[in-house]
Ligand binder design. Structure first.
Ligand code: UT7
Length: 325
């Protein structure tokens, strides 16, 4: 029998500094009404110098462990999804390991842009099923404010900073009933030929620059609507479930219009779709776990409910996951 991966706890961290659309409009040629109309974003959080991906990731991980009633001794693997690591190496996951006082196991960073958390869930679940780990922290942590091009109003108004985390605990799988709890399935995809519609034009391995985010918004939007629809259908079909079985959709928070389209596709009433894009903007790999943590903390998502997660990002990468809480 394979162990299952119970989503035992979740947590989030947002930088203290909140920046409204009006504040951005003082330095960028934009307006609150354009940003709200096209994206649903009202504000975002921007990190202070000390709020790095490791710092925020550790804070979110601490909250997830506390929520699970677990301690750092229960952790034997840390997967940290980020496009904005503190350093090329050591992995930001290992800075988090040291900060939390985790004394065993292993950790690594995962690069899948905005889909990073879904990829991380998939790998964490596989590690548990392969019996290579029994307590996995999956973290998404990002400081996109450091890679935004402030001369490009088409992208710099869309993103924010933050971190979210979940703690996965190995559970016994001693029959079909248990196979229906925790992570039911994950579905991850990539199409490298679409790498140029959303990318960062530099890295520490490049001769001259760390790089800025570049996006063809319309192209990404077009792919997002189709790919995400496919990914949610795939997750339901893999588990023999119907749209009406889904209690909550926790989508990637890039654009309110994409989120609403996904909710309509699943025929879910708006109040069953978790939305944070209005307050967080797009926090890339942190967006799904931050939204999940918020809806669990305020009591909307309850134990036993079926939650569908989805995301799409640079790569192009996309994916979905079905979780019984
Ligand atoms: O997280 C990864 C996944 N990312 C996404 O899913 C993002 C997907 N894409 C989008 O969400 C949308 O494409 C955007 C929100 C990025 C852009 O919305 P859009 O409706 O596709 O606008 P657009 O880029 O076609 O621009 C429309 C107009 C242009 O002006 P003209 O050419 O019509 O005169 C832009 O110059 O809006 C202008 N514009 C702005 N105006 C005020 C672009 N950015 C801004 C801005 N403020 N910040």
């Amino acid at each position: 029998m394979l162990p299952c991966s119970i989503l035992a706890g979740c947590g989030g961290y947002l930088p203290e500094r909140v920046v409204s659309n009006d504040e951005l409009a003082r330095t960028v040629d934009t307006s609150d009404s354009w940003i709200q109309e096209r994206t649903g974003i009202r504000q975002r959080h921007f990190a202070a110098r000390h709020e790095t991906s490791a710092f925020m990731g550790a804070a979110a991980a601490r909250a997830a462990l506390a929520d699970a009633g677990a301690t750092p001794d229960d952790v034997d693997a840390i997967i940290l999804a980020t496009s904005t690591p503190d350093q090329a190496f050591p992995a930001t996951a290992l800075r988090v390991q040291a900060d939390l006082g985790v004394k065993r196991g292993f950790g690594f960073d995962l690069s899948a842009a905005c889909t990073g958390f879904i990829y991380g869930l998939s790998v964490g679940d596989a590690l548990i099923k392969a019996r290579q780990a029994t307590g996995v922290l999956v973290i998404g942590s990002e400081v996109y404010s450091r890679i935004l091009n402030w001369q490009d109003r088409g992208t710099c108004v869309l993103f924010g900073d933050g971190a979210g985390a979940v703690f996965l605990r190995a559970g016994a799988d001693d029959g079909p009933a248990n196979r229906r709890q925790g992570i039911l399935s994950t579905h991850i995809h990539a199409q490298g030929t679409l790498g140029d519609i959303l990318y960062v034009d530099g890295a520490v391995g490049q001769p001259d620059k760390p790089g800025h985010l570049v996006m063809n918004g319309r192209e990404v939007f077009r792919h997002a609507v189709t790919r995400l629809a496919e990914a949610v259908d795939e997750a339901l079909a893999a588990n023999g479930l119907a749209r009406s079985d889904v209690d909550w959709l926790v989508p990637h928070q890039a654009n309110r219009r994409i989120i609403d389209a996904m909710g309509r596709k699943l025929e879910l009433p708006a109040e069953r779709v978790v939305v944070t894009v209005d307050r967080h903007a797009n926090t890339s790999a942190a967006s799904v776990p931050l939204a999940l943590a918020e809806a669990c903390r305020d009591g909307r998502i309850r134990k036993g409910q079926l939650v569908l997660l989805e995301a799409l990002g640079g790569g192009l990468t996309w994916g979905s996951a079905l979780v019984r809480m």
